[in-house]
Design a protein around this ligand. Structure first.
Ligand SMILES: [Ca+2]
Length: 118
């Protein structure tokens, strides 16, 4: 499994929570969709791409696979994640992207399933 440094996570959360002036009245979740690659068999390093929008702005995007958080990307678009499939066993992997706005609302994408062949 690949984990990004914890420091990045803490820095990003600090940045997100320090933006209180963005308004506590924002209850609208970001809308997030995994845009690529297409579902199916993958190998090597795969770049997962995402479209994330919000009525105000997206603070950061996180990635998780099979319900386990694996990466938190900072606030700079395009929020891509390079997935090194060589470090994962053969099987099925459901990826989701989670986009969070400055008020802490989190939108979750529909899962996209990829297969790593034996
Ligand atoms: Ca929002």
């Amino acid at each position: 499994m690949l984990y990004r440094p914890v420091g990045l996570l803490l820095i990003t959360i600090a940045l997100a929570t320090s933006c209180g002036s963005d308004g506590p009245d924002d209850n609208t979740l970001p809308v997030v969709t995994i845009t690529g690659p297409a579902p199916g068999v993958v190998s090597g390093t795969v770049t997962l791409t995402v479209s994330a929008t919000d009525n105000h702005r997206v603070a950061f995007v996180r990635w998780r696979v099979n319900s386990g958080l694996v990466a938190l990307v900072d606030s700079v678009p395009p929020y891509e994640f390079d997935w090194d499939t060589s470090t994962y066993a053969a099987g099925f992997y459901d990826w989701e992207a989670l986009a969070t706005d400055p008020s802490g609302n989190t939108g979750i994408s529909a899962p996209v399933e990829y297969t790593i062949s034996p």
